[in-house]
Design a protein around this ligand. Structure first.
Ligand SMILES: *[C@@H]1O[C@H](CO)[C@@H](O)[C@H](O)[C@H]1NC(C)=O
Ligand SMILES: *[C@@H]1O[C@H](CO)[C@@H](O)[C@H](O)[C@H]1NC(C)=O
Ligand SMILES: *[C@@H]1O[C@H](CO)[C@@H](O)[C@H](O)[C@H]1NC(C)=O
Ligand SMILES: *[C@@H]1O[C@H](CO)[C@@H](O)[C@H](O)[C@H]1NC(C)=O
Length: 400
């Protein structure tokens, strides 16, 4: 008798569990349906193709990710740029992000071979190789005047096996040729290639806190009016750095512990805090809430007060492009884009319970040569403002 009632109890519990799963599933698919309706984005076909973009040859999705086609409202894509020397960041990055990554690699001339070898190494030998194959789309671009001698077809390339020793540092052709790094060409290629409407256009050494992509979409689903707002929005993230021996924190609570102990600090605190702090940093660090869910912490329209802030944010593929005349060596490479956002009256919605952490190791300064070039860029930018001001109508809360 006892055995019999035990069995019916198990049966009842199973039925309840089944209905809970179904209810959760329908609830979730209903929210996703609403998200699709409100986001009203266009799906993109996931394909490899070669295009010419200003003076560059671009191989879009030269090595595609295994995730295949995605709906534009389904996720958030981390879009970024690099040359092959920075590819050791891909493993830790995908481990934190676990969602699509669109990566544009600059590989002129002889750098092409080192670049494809590094991609194969990542896909075959990296500790995170499974996640890399699943999530990372690699695009390659180079100057039309620097076409590599031998470009294998993707299918032939992926059949090649690499030897899983540590990847060797090879000749660095770009530097030998004195080519500057076209950072904003890479940023624009990677962002444009995203399958999803929302993107986090970032730098490859910045690792996101865990669950960011999903948490961000959950935030939108829980308040769909955010997708209906009159003014355009971007969602900046606070950025931190940690000491070399410290693991990158996953949650705000972990980050706060590290900050309190002095193992972590705001990014570039030593030499350009105003470039990254943004509004109300001390207050951001100080606030906690039990839910730990991602939400908007503070909204600002651009203000003269934050004129040096070059925020990194979640935005959409339709935000203004980065100015391709600016290169990495000159610094201030995100400056005119941020100014244009201000002129277009974007609202900057700093997120809470989400952040970026620079690859472990605290940066103390920058080379004198780079600073010198930075001053030159700044003068150029000041002149460009006049062009920009003519194109977009001027607002007095915007400055450079
Ligand atoms: C969705 O976008 C299309 C074109 O981009 C537009 O014609 C349509 O009205 C939009 N629908 C909604 C519900 O906003
Ligand atoms: C932008 O992306 C679309 C769709 O993937 C593609 O057709 C187009 O050629 C891309 N343009 C550039 C400049 O990357
Ligand atoms: C939802 O978002 C709108 C627009 O951003 C905001 O004004 C409102 O306060 C939010 N509502 C809640 C409950 O968070
Ligand atoms: C941080 O929070 C504590 C307690 O809530 C408060 O006393 C302190 O003034 C806050 N500091 C900042 C910088 O906001």
């Amino acid at each position: 008798m006892a055995k019999h009632s035990f069995q019916s109890l198990v049966l009842v519990l199973n039925v309840i569990a089944f209905y809970r799963v179904v209810a959760q599933w329908t609830h979730e698919s209903e929210s996703i349906f609403k998200l699709r309706l409100y986001m009203n984005c266009t799906n993109v076909v996931y394909e490899s193709k070669n295009i010419v973009h200003s003076s560059y040859w671009v191989m879009l999705n030269y090595v595609p990710a295994a995730h295949g086609n995605l709906k534009c409202y389904e996720s958030v894509t981390y879009t970024t740029h690099a040359d092959y020397r920075y590819l050791s960041n891909v493993g830790p990055l995908v481990k934190h992000w676990r969602s699509p990554i669109s990566l544009a690699l600059y590989a002129p001339g002889l750098d092409f071979e080192s670049t494809v070898k590094s991609i194969l190494w990542l896909r075959q030998c990296d500790p995170q190789s499974k996640l890399i194959v699943q999530w990372v789309s690699f695009h390659i671009y180079f100057d039309i005047t620097e076409i590599p001698r031998n470009i294998p077809k993707t299918r032939a390339l992926l059949k090649r096996k690499v030897w899983c020793r540590k990847p060797v540092q090879r000749r660095f052709y770009r530097l030998e040729k004195g080519l500057s790094y076209p950072v904003n060409v890479g940023r624009n290629i990677a962002r444009n290639a995203s399958l999803t409407h929302y993107v986090l256009a970032s730098d490859i050494e910045l690792y996101p806190s865990s669950g960011l992509a999903r948490g961000f979409l959950q935030m939108l689903m829980s308040n769909l009016s955010m997708l209906n707002s009159e003014t355009p929005n971007v969602y900046p993230l606070k950025i931190f750095e940690v000491q070399r021996s410290i693991a990158v924190p996953n949650t705000k609570t972990e980050l706060q512990h590290l900050l309190a102990k002095g193992y972590a600090q705001p990014f570039h605190m030593a030499f350009c805090s105003s470039c990254h702090n943004g509004p109300r940093l001390p207050e951001w660090i100080n606030t906690t809430d039990a839910s730990n869910s991602i939400k908007v912490f503070h909204i600002t329209k651009w203000m003269v007060k934050f004129r040096y802030w070059e925020p990194i944010y979640i935005g959409t593929k339709n935000d203004p492009l980065y100015d391709e005349r600016l290169n990495w060596e000159g610094m201030w490479d995100k400056k005119s884009q941020t100014l244009i956002l201000c002129l277009l009256d974007y609202a900057f919605n700093t997120l809470d319970n989400a952040f970026l952490v620079h690859k472990p190791g605290i940066k103390l300064g920058t080379s004198r040569e780079r600073l010198h070039k930075a001053h030159r860029t700044y003068r150029l930018l000041k002149r460009d403002i006049i062009d920009i001001a003519i194109k977009y109508s001027w607002r007095f809360n915007c400055a450079i």
